[in-house]
Design a protein around this ligand. Sequence first.
Ligand SMILES: [Zn+2]
Length: 200
Amino acid sequence: MPNRKQIKNKDIAVTGQYLGVIEEYISNEQSTYVKEGQIFATKTGMISIDDKKRQIEIETHQEKDRKTVKIGDIVIGTVVFLRKFSIGITFNTINQKIHFNSSYFGNTHVSQISNKYIDKINDAFQITDIIRAKVTKKSANEYTLSTVGKNFGVIHADCSICGTELNKIGYDKLKCDFCGNIEKRKLALDYGDVAHNLRF
Ligand SMILES: [Zn+2]
């Protein structure tokens, strides 16, 4: 049986997810389908409900924005690898719009992490961290990113030992309340306070 949890505007829906019934919503043919009076998503994206028309659709923004990432844009992405002097990031959101299966890919060099000197890259980031960064350079589908500045850096991180979400306990320190592990990061000022939809 599909998941019957109540959906809200701007929630994330995955392909095949139950959205509601035809008595509640008018289904959008481009992004939903109806089976036995129930509406399901045909793609993954953000749920958009038009309250007046009761119309429901799934938005991705992906195609439109693919051509429009610019220098100075703000991206939120997941760290997928660490090298000695750089990290690789896949983009989750670009200028607050959610991208799925994004082919965008960014690099941050150790010199563009912080105003403070960073000795080892893993004092600033770990794989699976979610970070906010600014696009500083562009070549084909790869971007150079900077996390210098108080608004940029890690916005979500899990304990590297047990996987629990880490809590901020200092300017560049995080603690796991479950296992007591303490880790270092280049944190954004609003670490731990970012809407789930944006860091998805
Ligand atoms: Zn832990």
